[in-house]
Design a protein around this ligand. Structure first.
Ligand code: FES
Ligand code: FES
Length: 127
């Protein structure tokens, strides 16, 4: 199967790999797994007082498309509000990376990781 140039670029030069201190109250963590293949993705968002995502980091144990999808979303979420981030759809990710049908679930993993991180943020910041 041929990977698109964008997948290969994000796979070879992944943006924002790593982790923030999970005890930092401004950090929200989303950890999700893909039942189809067992791959796991952890996405962390660093959110400012104003609810704007200042930074993002990921760790993905998985295929090239999952790594590329998570790398891409760490770039996309920066500067967005927590609610705007949840409007990122797996179809946008799949289209940007030109993922073939068998790799669509890899982009769904990235969408789910954003949603899980946002849920974590909201559960920690119930006012
Ligand atoms: Fe092989 Fe996901 S199925 S890495
Ligand atoms: Fe399962 Fe990509 S996340 S093959």
């Amino acid at each position: 199967m041929a990977y698109s140039d964008k997948v290969i670029d994000h796979y070879e030069n992944p943006r924002n790999v790593g982790a923030f201190d999970k005890n930092d109250p401004s950090v929200a963590t989303g950890m999700v797994g893909a039942p189809a293949c067992g791959d796991v993705m952890k996405l962390q968002l660093k959110v400012g007082e104003n609810g704007i995502i200042e930074d993002a980091k990921f760790k993905t144990y998985g295929c090239g498309s999952a790594i590329a999808s998570s790398s891409l979303v760490t770039e996309w979420v920066k500067g967005k509000s927590i609610d705007e981030a949840t409007s990122i759809k797996n179809t946008d990710i799949a289209e940007e990376l030109a993922l073939p049908p068998v790799k669509i679930h890899c982009s769904i993993l990235a969408e789910d990781a954003i949603k899980a991180a946002v849920e974590d943020y909201k559960s920690k910041h119930k006012s």
